[in-house]
Design a protein around this ligand. Sequence first.
Ligand code: ADP
Ligand code: DP6
Ligand code: CO
Length: 326
Amino acid sequence: MKITARAHTNIALIKYWGKRNEQLFLPMNNSISITLDQFYTTTSVTFRDDLKADSFILNGSEMGGQETDKISGFLDLIREKARRNEYAVIDSINNVPTAAGFASSASGFAALAAAATKAIGLNYSGADLSRISRFGSGSACRSIYGGFVEWNKGVRADGTDSFAEQIIDESEWDLSILSVMVESKPKKVLSREGMQRTVKTSAFYSGWLETIDADLNFTREAIQERDFEKLGTVLEHNALKMHATMLGANPPFFYWTGSTLDVMHKVQELRDSGIQAYFTIDAGPNVKVICQPEDERIVKESMQQIQSVRDVFVCHPGPGVSYIGE
Ligand code: ADP
Ligand code: DP6
Ligand code: CO
């Protein structure tokens, strides 16, 4: 049976940057995100007993060895849980640029987990889906839920308590998240490799871990209190700290371009003029600017005025994973 699922990307306010166990995708620290309404992946999965291998079609093109191997490795886990061995056809459409710092790995693996588990006959809860999506891409475990979400790193060695939970749903606090695109090319250093190098070699990684609990507490409070200035202050601080850990890695690396800096300067200028806007950046050059809906228009216009900005997409908190055609 063919099953189709959709999952939205998410943007981390407090970042996941580093694994304590790479095989089990266990993070060093908790992370907190907002699921986005405008960026998503739609994936159909059909298990068939006449196939000799999995076939992965992304945006209409058959994917090659490396990309398909990643998907097959993930489906092996699901086949093992279901005690089945059929291969599958996976047909996926990204309504988001792939591997460009827009979290396609999050929406991609959350949608795949939901479609594949159901197609193979497993009846998974949200927590089960979150736990298994983690094995495709860590950030995917947060995309199972809508609104504001926290991934609990868990304490058990086997990872069974490492999954995401919703803090508040998408209707409980409306914010504007502007995705400011300066570049849509795939990145040179994938998130997985970047965080691994950082954990192994960065002179600043200990500082990241020492200060993360304070950032998490501050963020949880800001969400409960709906205190935008408090949220904005801590999310920008956390993003800059994550990027600083990469500068301390060996060999060092960074994702920013000149245009990234142009956008960051503009956000600071807006704040100087009394408009509350804050930025965050994932593993890529593009910037997400977060503001309150009443300031959305002026912030968007300011971003569009920057010469090096190609496009500005406006998102709001969006929904969790869903099945299509039911
Ligand atoms: P991003 O910033 O887009 O999340 P990452 O480096 O984290 O970039 O991950 C990119 C990887 O995510 C791709 O190389 C691919 O393995 C995976 N991915 C992207 N889209 C999909 C999809 N629709 N289904 C499954 N995997 C996907
Ligand atoms: C900077 O989840 O893409 O976006 O688990 O290795 O697949 P893997 O990495 P991924 O890393 C996301 C890193 C980040 C921060 C975040 O989303 O929390
Ligand atoms: Co990713």
